[in-house]
Ligand binder design. Structure first.
Ligand code: GDP
Length: 144
């Protein structure tokens, strides 16, 4: 299994619920390391650029409003198979359909306010990481 990096965001609803620690604990207990992290608040315009792939969808405007509604914690996670592993720990987009024990099942409020974001492919992970972090801000645990 390849060591990968993926972008994780703890979204405004989960930050507001004060469950940052519980979410990071799940990553660490499952072999993912936080190699970059910062708290920030997106403007609606920045949220729109981040979610540009959803432009035109019925929920796009609401999504941009929601993602800019409060602070978020943005992280780079590193580990074996990090992209798929993070998606598995997150659970399905709709918390009502997410498997029990997943982050979204436990902490998501709705299909929109669903606690976490995780990159869905290597290509998107690279783009999303570069959206938030420069290479000097990422501290690999696998460096020689
Ligand atoms: P993800 O990869 O599981 O996050 O799902 P998507 O890439 O399909 O959607 C991105 C984000 O848009 C989701 O995490 C939700 O916050 C939001 N979203 C997705 N589908 C819907 C929807 O049908 N309605 C609303 N209001 N928001 C949605």
């Amino acid at each position: 299994m390849p060591v990968q990096r993926t972008l994780s965001i703890i979204k405004p609803d989960a930050v507001a619920k004060n469950v940052i620690g519980d979410i990071i604990r799940r990553f660490e207990e499952n072999g993912l390391a936080v190699v970059a992290a910062k708290m920030t608040r997106l403007t609606p315009e920045e949220a729109g650029r981040f979610y540009a792939v959803h432009r035109g969808k019925p929920f796009y405007e609401d999504l941009c409003r929601y993602m800019s509604s409060g602070p978020i914690l943005v992280m780079v996670l590193e580990g074996k198979n990090a992209i798929a592993l993070n998606r598995k720990l997150m659970g399905a987009t709709d918390p009502k359909k997410a498997e029990p024990g997943t982050i979204r099942a436990d902490h998501g409020e709705s299909i929109e306010a669903n606690a976490v974001h995780g990159s869905d492919s290597e290509e998107n992970a690279a783009k999303e990481i570069a959206f938030f972090f420069g290479e000097v801000e990422i501290h690999s645990r696998n460096a020689a």
